[in-house]
Design a protein around this ligand. Structure first.
Ligand code: FES
Ligand SMILES: [Fe+2]
Length: 349
């Protein structure tokens, strides 16, 4: 893609409008809000979204903006029975109903509630869509569900999370996570012994996903306990997938590692890093080791991405060929997805 694809302010505004405000964006793991009243606040393309676990077990995605004069209601995460606005104390239930307005006639607040966004869970991940008319997510992930079902990501438990801001366009990071071409070279000591480039296998993309299988050498020993549904063949492979546009992940028998991406301008992306493990009874030290391994791999990528983004500013850079499908087919799939949404083949560089 031409460098402007990664550097145009105008194109970023289109992406925010047509991708981040209209597609399904993963904001959390379901176990982050496991109990009734648990909540987290997340930003989605400038909208403050309040995810709250209800008494009936469902998750509501509410606008975190007070109906009175527009202050942000909740912050961070926690557990509560009521949300009280910090400005004039208007009070909301965990389902978003306005319950109380100090010194205002109660009749005036009847039936008022915080706007609610569409919310779906897939594989234990919580996705929100700001577009009320969007097609449901799960049917768009059918093929990916078949490939990942036996790993039972929905039974995994978050064991590591961190937030980082990388000085690159969000697509550079997404594309990098999704290609296996660099694995053996950039991650010589970390990933190459486990998932070398030459064993990568591309799989066909679907409506809202793309990915490849990273296969372990036959001699590689199991990486930890996984679900009994997994076949021996599945235990020897990690499907790497993107739920388009902003959730990239890999899943192995013992864990899923992922990034949730949000652009912070054209030249910065906020990445929420997470690892969820299948066997929650492993020691804290083991969980820490798995998390640190993921962070180390991401740091290796970060160094390359910083160099790449500087290089893309050159007037002499011209995009040329990509490697074959097993190694960079996912980058092409990414371009095709973007082309379906934006017609980027006619993108003016
Ligand atoms: S802005 Fe929330 S109560 Fe006034
Ligand atoms: Fe990498």
């Amino acid at each position: 893609m031409p460098a402007a694809y990664y550097r145009s302010e105008e194109f970023l505004q289109l992406e925010l409008e047509q991708l981040f405000r209209r597609q399904w964006i993963c904001l959390a793991r379901q176990e982050e809000i496991g109990k009734p009243g648990d909540f987290v606040v997340r930003d989605l393309a400038g909208e403050s979204v309040l995810l709250v676990r209800q008494d009936n077990g469902s998750i509501h995605a509410l606008s975190n903006v007070c109906l009175h004069r527009g202050t942000l209601i909740a912050e961070g995460s926690g557990n509560t029975r009521r949300f009280v606005c910090p400005y004039h104390a208007w009070t909301y239930s965990t389902a978003g109903e306005l319950l109380r307005m100090p010194l205002v006639e109660r009749s005036e607040c009847r039936n008022l509630r915080l706007p609610e966004f569409r919310c779906e869970i897939w594989g234990g991940f919580v996705y929100v869509n700001l577009d009320q008319n969007a097609a449901s997510l799960s049917p768009q992930l059918e093929g990916l569900s078949a490939l990942t079902r036996n790993y039972h990501m929905e039974e995994m438990t978050l064991s590591y999370s961190a937030e980082q801001v990388w000085p690159v366009n969000w697509k550079c990071l997404a594309e990098n996570f999704m290609e296996g071409y660099h694995l053996s070279h950039v991650h010589q000591e970390t990933l190459h012994p486990v998932t070398p480039t030459h064993l990568c296998e591309h799989f066909a993309p679907g409506l809202a996903y793309l990915g490849y299988n990273s296969r372990y050498p036959a001699t590689y020993v199991q990486r930890g306990k996984g679900h009994h549904d997994l076949s021996d063949a599945e235990k020897q492979v990690s499907p790497m997938f993107a739920v388009m546009p902003a959730h990239v992940a890999g899943v192995a028998a013992h864990a899923t590692s992922y990034l949730l991406l949000q652009p912070q301008g054209v030249d910065a992306v906020r990445a929420q890093l997470g690892v969820a493990v299948y066997d929650d009874s492993i020691s804290e030290q083991k969980k820490e080791e798995i998390g640190m391994f993921f962070e180390k791999v991401m740091n290796e990528d970060k160094e390359q991405m910083t160099r790449l983004y500087t290089g893309l500013a050159s007037r002499f850079y011209e995009p040329r060929v990509l490697a074959s499908a097993p190694h960079e087919g996912t980058v092409l799939d990414f371009y095709h997805y973007m082309d379906r949404v934006f017609n980027v083949e006619t993108f003016d560089s």
